[in-house]
Design a protein around this ligand. Structure first.
Ligand code: PLP
Length: 430
């Protein structure tokens, strides 16, 4: 639950069927609400599932929607030109245009902020919109960022291919953060990490990373997609900004592209400016699906973690499998760290086949329940070859640094019955 100031959705004044916004995130990025309880749809002592289901939504009273209303509009009315002038002068928080804010987006933002224990949050059109807007809100030409090697391929390529053109230097560190002090320069502004890593599920020590960032006055940023706030709360440990591909566990049904950034209100305000300038704003329909998905995050993750452990144990014993990468296994090099900083071990795993790439391709071509598809975090179990997908267009040296073997198979464990999944693995490996 949120430990710092939580911002709440303010009731929307409804005039002639039109939402007149007085809510957070419409202009100023966030607004901190009072610690009121219960019937206003916000409570600071709720557990994560109650928060995901009820937080930020005012539901009591006669004839109120129980389902979340979609503000299916691009633009909003002003009451009069005086209100328009107030908005132009920065004195009004009214919703004016959906790229700037929308009541349905605000509900998603408030839930994500509460789940992450953050002061504020911003939703975006994709995970990459969240990551690029967050990084560009912190970094300017001449600045440097230290990033772990093992990050999502898209984030790596953004920093490798685009940042040099913007005059931003990226320095890389291994996930154990060994030698990180040597990478500091007077221009270093931020530390960017991802844990568990994609695709080989190594862990970065969150406490160590935060201590380093605080010691050197850097903005600490983490991609929390693989864990989700159900398993890992970096803000409670001191991180400044948490990013998500909300396409994955937060929404959970493989039916939207979405992103989110949560964190300190002053930083989220800058992220919001970037999203508005670059245009990576979320659509209200997408926000609705994200909100609906988040309501079952807790039960989905719990079940998916249980199944992932069963799948990992099965694979670990299989004679054709060389190595299983799953932090829940005692054989995993970061098992102890995972037990310390995560509530459970997640539903992503990877494994290397003894037969290398040909064996990995044969396996992926033979699964019947596991779908051969990129992405993760949905109810459907998926398999994928990282060298052809998330880590395409990388040299052998880059793949080595990202710990990706040609024969690495990445698995996203869904919500199917565990016995069916294991049977499918058995027949595909036979
Ligand atoms: N972060 C991680 C860990 C991912 O796996 C992905 C996508 O696969 C992203 C970020 C990018 O998210 P999106 O595809 O929603 O832009």
């Amino acid at each position: 639950m949120a430990t710092t100031k939580i911002h709440q959705i303010a009731p929307h004044a409804k005039t002639n069927g039109t939402h007149r916004a007085s809510s957070s995130n419409s202009r100023n990025g966030s607004r901190n609400g009072s610690r009121k309880a219960s019937r206003n749809g916000s409570h600071t002592n709720w557990g994560p599932s109650t928060t995901a289901i009820h937080y930020g939504e005012k539901k009591h009273g006669v004839g109120t929607n129980v389902g979340t209303a979609i503000s299916r509009t691009s633009t909003f009315t002003f009451s009069d030109t005086a209100e328009m002038k107030r908005w132009a002068e920065g004195k009004s928080d009214a919703y004016i245009y959906t790229r700037y804010g929308n009541p349905t987006l605000t509900i998603a933002q408030d839930k994500i902020a509460a789940l992450e224990g953050a002061e504020a949050a911003m939703v975006t059109a994709s995970g990459m919109a969240a990551i690029s807007s967050a990084l560009l809100s912190v970094l300017s030409a001449g600045d440097e960022v230290i990033s772990t090697y093992q990050v999502y391929g898209g984030s790596y390529r953004l920093m490798r291919d685009m940042f040099p053109r913007l005059g931003i230097t990226v320095r890389h560190v291994e996930s154990d953060l060994e030698g990180i002090e040597d990478l500091l320069t007077p221009r270093t502004k931020a530390l960017y990490i991802e844990t568990p890593t994609n695709p080989t599920l190594r862990l970065v020590d969150l406490r160590k990373a935060v201590a380093f960032a605080k010691r050197h006055n850097l903005v600490s940023m983490i991609d929390n997609t693989f864990a989700s706030p159900a398993l890992q709360k970096p803000i409670e440990l001191g991180f400044d900004l948490v990013m998500h591909s909300a396409t994955k566990y937060l929404s959970g049904h493989s039916d939207i592209i979405a992103g989110a950034v949560a964190g300190r209100a002053d930083l989220i305000k800058k992220v919001r400016d970037c999203v508005i300038y670059l245009g990576g704003s979320m659509d209200p329909e997408t926000a609705f699906l994200l909100i609906r998905g988040m309501k079952t995050l807790g039960v989905r993750i719990e079940k998916q973690c249980d199944t992932a452990l069963k799948v990992a144990k099965f694979l670990e014993k299989h004679p054709k499998v060389a190595r299983v990468h799953y932090p829940g296994l005692k054989s995993h090099p970061d098992h102890k760290l995972a037990s310390q900083q995560m509530k459970n071990f997640g539903a992503m795993l990877a494994f290397d086949l003894k037969g290398g790439l040909p064996a990995a391709r044969r396996f992926c071509d033979r699964t019947r329940i596991f779908l051969l598809a990129v992405s993760l975090g949905g109810v459907e179990s998926l398999v994928v070859l990282p060298i052809y997908t998330s880590h395409y267009n990388m040299s052998l040296e880059e793949l080595r640094k990202a710990s990706v073997e040609p024969g690495t198979v990445r698995v996203s464990v869904g919500l199917e019955d565990p016995d069916d999944l294991i049977e499918d693995l058995r027949q595909a490996l036979a």
